[in-house]
Each structure stands twice: as C-alpha cells, then as structure tokens.
Design a protein around this ligand. Structure first.
Ligand code: BES
Ligand code: MN
Ligand code: ZN
Length: 498
C-alpha cells in the first residue's frame, strides 16, 4: 500500500501526474503548467478523448514531457456537487491507472482539504491487496505504487483532515486482512492472538477461553464450539477515549461505553446440519462481524476518538465431529434462557447471545450494535447493496442509516415484531434456534433480541451480503470489504464523541 504525503505543488520529475478535474473547472496550477510544458499536448489529448471531467471519466496521456511517464485525468463531476465522499470514488478509480508507477503526484491545488484527503483515502483503500500466500506472481504483474504526493497549498489543513482518515484506513485493512486469511490459519485461537498487538494503540485486550466461558455459563457458544478441535475464544477490547487512560489504569469511566459485538465463526461448515460442498469455502468469511469490530476498535483508538467504547467478539469454529452438538440438543445460555438447537447451521445467533448478555452485564452500555454474517436470507432480501438493520430504537436506527450513506456502507431497516417472534416457539425449551424459512433474517434478529435487556438501545446488522464482494467496488478491490468499520466509526464521530 502506498505512503501518502501532502506537499507544496512542484512539477514532479518522474512517475505519474494525476489531475482531478471538475466538469466546470479551469486548468490552473500543475495542470496548466504541464499543458504549457507539453506544448498543448494535454489539452489536445483531453479533447481527443472527449474528457469532460464527468464523474467516472478518465483519460491517460503517455509521457508528454521528459521524466513524467503518464498524466492521468480523473473526472470529479460538477464542482458545486463535489463532496469528500465523491472524491473518494474518484481516488479509488485513479488507483488502477497509476498502480504500475512507483510514484504519483496528485495535483490537488484546486481542492478543499477534506476533498483532497478524501481523494487520497479512496486511492489508499482501493490499493488494498492480500498477497501473503502468492509466491509465483511475476514482478511485472504486481502493483508498484510506493508513494503518493498530494500537491496542495493547504498542506496543514490537509494533514489535519488526513490523520483520522489514515487511522480509519488502518482499521479497514486490519478487518480485510482478518477476513481474507484462510480458515486453517485463522482459527479462533489465532484470531484472538491477532488482537493482542492492538494494545500498542492504547486498547485494553482481554482474552477468555473455554474455562472462563464455562464459568460464565456460555452454554450456547460452547455448544457451537464443541465439535471443533480448536478452542473457542472471546476477546474483550476496551477504548477509554472519553475518560482518558486505559481500562488498566482503573480510572472510573466518565460515561457508559458504547458496545460493539461481532460474530466470529472462523469457519462455518454448518456442523451436523452440514452445508452443501459447493461454495462452502466462502464460509471462512463467517467471522467478518468480529473482524469488523476489531478493525473498528483499532480505528477508534488510532484516531483517539473521544468516546468510551467496548468491542467484544465471540470466536468459534462450527464443525461436524463425534463431539459436535446434535439437532435436538438443548443448551443453556449465559442469560439463563434455554434453546433447542434444531439446526446446527444457525450457529451465529448462539454465539452472539452469550457474548451480548455478557457485554450488557459487565458494561451496561449506552447502546449495543452487533454485526454478523447471520443469514443467507438477507442476501435474498437485499442483495449486496445494503446490510440488513434491525433495531428496537428509532434514534439509533436513524443515526445508523444516516452514517452509512456518506461512507458507502448503506443499511436498510427491516421489521421486528411479535408475530415473527412466535415462530421461535419450542415444545421443550424457551425457544428454538430457527423459525423456519419465512422471514429467515427477521426470526434470526428476533432470536437475538431475546437477549437484549429491556430498554437497551440495540441494533443488529446482518452483513452476510456485504462483508465481501465478488466484484471491484469504488474503494475496495473484490474480496473482503470491511463493511461496518467506516459506518460505525462515523456513527461514533457524528453522535457519541465529546
Ligand atoms: N453463516 C451463515 C449465513 C450465511 C449464508 C452467510 C450465506 C453468508 C452467506 C449462517 O450461519 C447460516 O448458516 N445461516 C443459515 C440459517 C438457517 C439454518 C436458519 C442460513 O442462512 O441458511
Ligand atoms: Mn451457519
Ligand atoms: Zn454462520
């Protein structure tokens, strides 16, 4: 991933020159300087390419002057409509056009600081690659971009706008790395270990194993885990950015924390209710909710957010074996409620219910948001364009909807209700873990809601359709998206800081 710097405008001596151009913009600065130096070749090239600066447009001019190997024009659309978010998409589109250069300079003299920083963020996010396990890729095929210099007359304002974005990008990359790792490498024990280094950001990290979980009565989570050869883990992450200090300093928190809970099934075979073989490899992504919570906590700590936040993830592997739980088993959850496990493939809710109960008992949070790749049914309902949102609180739901739009992580509110809840009725226990095919995502949410304390604002995000993408997105290559890191960071920034 390239390093980003903000510099005074000066014609680059090598590499690429990037020109973000608005539809109604007049050539100035480096743009005008290059046109002059090339004897008007740039204007002629843009004219010949019918480049008008519209959103999504781009044009490349090769080696117009000594030293500069390419000039890349990127359309920004109408300047009056240009936002930081629009600039992100333009930055993302730019990346592929300069990826084979070692250095690129972005002529951002005409852009306001948040827009210039947004352009850089889009470019950086799009440059993500997970290539740990490639050993034979040819040098020529690899991206080369090492340095992006953003040329601006407002370097200080840009750097201030950039600092938090850089921390957020780091959080996104942490989440994408975790989600991309193969399931033989990233099992529950390893995933918990990978949280440890985040202590250097000022997070307090606790890791609980099966012994502690048995003591806490986590019968539902442990039931899911019992077929696996790898032990389960729960990781509790704390960021005390509002009260100052860390949880370890034992300073009394000034406010109730906000809480984020993630489903971390490092591989979901379905268990004894085993899944079909085709596409089962995708179930390495079933820990994306947990990956997002970890990335989010890193982002909040990295940008020193003025909030007290806790992040908890339940990490298990759902395997079939001689020790696996059976359909028909009854388990006792940490809350005391009992569950008849009808389908061992509806395991995410069994993990979440114990972790969520624990989070409320211990932290009494202001609100709780859980993230989970919970149901295939949400993909049928919403496709890959929105995460499903379920909430018992209109204010929180409204805040989440608003936070998602500008960062390109949209959520769509789904209903909850008594009638759906009835579908969970069991003949032998307090509830079944499945409610049948009708409204499968809703009954899953109803199940989880049974573990939310009365009066506690809560939202559940079913991210099964958005946690990874089979096609390139504006600011992410195909694969793990880290959906939720930016949305929840934005939620905190907009409403829960200070
Ligand atoms: N992890 C899956 C949900 C999932 C499916 C995520 C496809 C991404 C893509 C979850 O644990 C699961 O298996 N859910 C079942 C629930 C059913 C048994 C009630 C499902 O959606 O089929
Ligand atoms: Mn499952
Ligand atoms: Zn699952």
């Amino acid at each position: 991933m390239p390093e980003i710097a903000f510099v005074k405008p000066a014609m680059p001596k090598h590499g690429a020159l990037v020109l973000p151009i608005a539809e109604d913009g007049e050539p100035a600065g480096l743009h005008a300087a290059l046109d002059k130096a090339s004897g008007g070749a740039l204007s002629r090239a843009l004219e010949a390419a019918s480049f008008k600066g519209r959103k999504g447009q781009s044009a490349t001019l090769w080696a117009p002057v000594e030293g500069i190997s390419r000039v890349v024009a990127i359309g920004l659309g109408k300047s009056a409509e240009l936002t930081a978010e629009g600039a992100e998409a333009a930055g993302g589109a730019c990346y592929g056009l300069v990826a084979k250069e070692r250095e690129a300079m972005v002529a951002a003299e005409g852009l306001a600081a948040p827009v210039a920083a947004g352009f850089a963020l889009g470019l950086l996010l799009k440059s993500y690659r997970f290539d740990r396990y490639r050993t034979t890729e040819k040098e020529d095929d690899k991206p080369k971009l090492e340095k992006v210099a953003v040329a601006t007359d407002a370097a200080t304002a840009c750097k201030n706008a950039w600092a938090p974005l850089r921390a957020i990008a780091d959080g996104v990359f942490i989440a994408r790395d975790l989600v991309s790792e193969p399931p033989n490498v990233l099992h529950p024990v390893e995933m918990a270990e990978r949280c440890k280094p985040l202590e250097k950001l000022g997070l307090t990290i606790e890791i609980l194993g099966p012994k502690e979980m048995r003591k806490l009565g986590f019968g539902a989570l442990l039931g899911v885990s019992q077929g696996s050869a790898v032990e389960p883990r729960m990781v509790v992450m704390q960021w005390l950015g509002a009260s100052g200090g860390t949880a370890a300093t034992k300073k009394k928190p000034a406010q109730k924390p906000v809480a984020f809970i993630g489903k971390g099934v490092t591989f979901d075979t379905g268990g004894i209710s085993i899944k079909p073989a085709g596409g089962m490899e995708d179930m390495k992504w079933d820990m994306a909710g947990a990956g997002t919570v970890i990335g989010l906590m890193a982002a909040l700590a990295g940008r020193k957010a003025k909030v007290d936040a806790v992040g908890l993830v339940g990490l298990v592997e759902n395997m079939p074996s001689g020790t696996a739980q059976r359909p028909g088993d009854v388990v006792k959850t940490a809350s005391g409620q009992t569950v008849e496990v009808i389908n061992t493939d509806a395991e995410g809710r069994l993990v979440l219910c114990d972790v969520m109960h624990y989070a409320q008992q211990r932290f009494d949070p202001r609100f709780m948001v859980d993230l989970a790749t919970l149901t295939g049914a949400i993909i049928i309902a919403l496709g890959h364009e929105h995460a499903g949102m379920f909430s018992n609180d209109d204010t929180l739901a409204q805040q989440l909807s608003a936070a998602g739009k500008p960062v390109g992580e949209a959520v769509w509110r789904m209903p909850l209700g008594e009638a759906y809840d009835k579908q969970l009725k069991s003949e032998i226990a307090d509830m079944k873990n499945v409610g049948g095919r009708p409204g499968g995502s809703i009954t899953a949410a109803q199940f989880i809601q049974r573990f939310v304390d009365k009066g506690r604002p809560w939202a559940h995000l079913d991210i099964a359709g958005v946690a990874w993408s089979s096609k390139d997105l504006p600011t992410a290559p195909k694969g793990a998206t880290a959906f939720g890191v930016r949305l929840l960071d934005r939620l905190v920034a907009d409403h829960y800081e200070g």
